[in-house]
Design a binder for this molecule. Structure first.
Ligand code: FAD
Length: 492
């Protein structure tokens, strides 16, 4: 049991069925809440399904939450909200135990202890995984099955939420496509990230941040949306195999000894440095050499450790046991999102956000590898706990709730995706960002506004016109609130 207080039956709306939404729903339901779990896509088709490396947790004898915190802070480039990172690192070991109780089988070593992977920025092996690099798939399948069977969870699949409902300034539920309404004492958004807004990405196409827009339209603040993490090693499509383009080759493979080389066959970066550093070194190398990719050499790595990566690469014509893999950075993880506190509450009463759509501030300006799955679960539990303590809806709410819809956003065009990649990619200029503010897509315009506001370079955000990190921006976050000018907030 979660140790949550006992409640009467409450109705909770959870939007999104990736790791964050599934776990939030299960935590709330086992505490007696009635949950409506709504997903625009079938269960087991979320981004979480594709997560490879695993989830970070200090479970090794020689590790500790304090050491995990120190690595998270170092990777985050003086922008990590310490209190949030502490919640994550202290809560992570219990999450691994709970997922195990829920039936997820993590990989073990020969002695039966958890097998732990190493990824960039971690000074110690602490990445718990399942099925080699099939961690997301294993977790999502198991949690989806539990949610589908749970008598208190009503699952609506293939049902996009089009607006948040409000009553007396509080979120009171959601509106579904077609106009049907679902009311709840609390609404939790777990709608995932926005990396597929960029033309080159590791993310499936639906990851375009629509939950962030839903929340913004309902009055919620967004934070740090200029901070997009670029993964260093996404395959560059070769031999006309567009299927391969953007396929992520997990950092855990570099943790097992894979190396990066330039055209001349020379190493040019510490492969296990934090992601911003490795991605930027590759970007600079590509500019210098005018090549479109660098080579990832995993010929010395046991292919049996990463069966699904190896079989996918083979299916697109690359034999990683004998050939070099062409890779380059791609948009991967939105560190910003709906601004939330330590209980996952947004700035709108009754509205929560968890997982990649949220911004707790814990990733700072450069997420530490494998902290995002952990975040989905640790903050999912926080959200379930806090949401269940919300006051019941007023009797009048059902009839009097107001939709915050302003109509469907214009469809995302390839032109917007390419503009974002060009003007808000690994290298940005004030001029390019100003151009982006005229884009047809509202979230692209908001990202440009946030990026213009951050007048420095830090972590994932690099501006040619402000090339240095500015200490005056340490622990400062760019917050966008509907109807207000962009603000800077200091988060500790
Ligand atoms: C290839 C890849 C590998 C990765 N590997 C790792 C890793 O090893 N470790 C790690 O920590 N992180 C990894 N990540 C990042 C991590 O997978 C994500 O950050 C995390 O899974 C996000 O989970 P989520 O539950 O927040 O969102 P998602 O898993 O993206 O789920 C979002 C859900 O919201 C639903 N939804 C969205 N909008 C609506 C709407 N309007 N109405 C209804 N439903 C909606 C979707 O259908 C979906 O069910 C990886 C990401 C990718 C793409």
């Amino acid at each position: 049991m979660s140790g949550l207080p006992t409640h009467g039956v409450r109705d909770l709306i959870v939007v999104g069925a990736g790791g964050a939404g599934l776990y939030t729903a299960l935590c709330a339901a086992r505490d007696g809440a009635r949950v409506t779990l709504i997903s625009s896509r079938p269960l087991a088709e979320a981004n979480s399904y594709w997560a490879q490396g695993g989830l970070a947790a200090a479970v090794a004898d020689e590790d500790s939450p304090a050491a995990h915190l120190a690595d998270t802070v170092a990777a985050g480039r003086d922008a990590v909200k310490l209190s949030a990172a502490r919640v994550l690192t202290e809560g992570a070991p219990e999450i691994v135990a709970d997922l195990t109780r829920l039936g997820v089988t993590f990989d073990a070593d020969r002695e039966g202890r958890l097998a732990l992977g190493l990824e960039g920025g971690h000074r110690i092996r602490r990445v718990v995984h399942a099925g080699g690099a099939a961690t997301g798939r294993r977790i999502v399948r198991q949690l989806s099955a539990l949610a589908a069977e749970h008598p208190l969870i009503d699952v609506l699949e293939g049902t996009p939420v089009t607006a948040i409902l409000t009553h007396d300034g509080r979120a009171s539920g959601v509106e579904l496509r077609g106009g049907e309404r679902r009311l709840g004492t609390a609404t939790v958004l777990a709608t995932g990230g926005a990396a597929a807004l960029w033309a080159r990405t590791t993310n499936p196409r639906p990851a375009v941040g629509n939950g962030m827009l839903l929340a913004f339209r309902a009055g919620a603040a967004l934070a740090d949306i200029e901070l997009m993490q670029f993964h260093p090693t996404a395959v560059v499509g070769t031999n006309g195999t567009s299927q391969a383009d953007g396929f992520l080759v997990t950092e855990a493979i570099r943790g097992e000894g894979a190396i990066l080389c330039n055209r001349a066959g020379e190493r040019f970066v510490d492969e296990l440095a934090p992601r911003d550093e490795v991605a930027r070194a590759i970007h600079d190398e590509l500019l210098r050499s005018r090549a479109t990719s660098v080579a990832l050499d995993m010929r010395g790595v046991d292919p049996g450790l990463f069966p699904n990566v190896v079989s996918h690469l083979r299916s697109v014509g690359i034999d990683p046991e004998r050939e070099l893999i062409p890779v380059a950075p791609a948009a991967h993880y939105m560190m910003g999102g709906i601004a939330t506190d330590l209980t996952a509450a947004s700035s709108v009463a009754g509205l929560y956000a968890v997982g990649e759509c949220a911004c707790t501030g814990l990733h700072g300006a450069n997420r530490l590898a494998s902290n995002s799955l952990t975040e989905c679960f640790v903050f999912g539990r926080q959200a379930a706990h806090a949401a269940l303590a919300e006051p019941a809806l007023a009797a009048a709410a059902a009839a009097a709730s107001v939709s915050t819809s302003t109509g469907p956003p214009p469809p995302l065009t390839q032109a917007s995706r390419e503009a974002l990649w060009r003007d808000a990619g690994l290298q940005r200029t004030g001029e390019g960002l100003a151009r982006l503010r005229e884009d047809a897509h509202p979230l692209v315009r908001l990202i440009a506004t946030a990026a213009i506001t951050r007048t420095e370079s830090r972590g994932a955000h690099k501006r040619d016109d402000f090339p240095e990190r500015d200490p005056a921006w340490d622990h400062e976050h760019v917050v966008l609130t509907p109807g207000s000018a962009p603000a800077r907030e200091h988060w500790a």
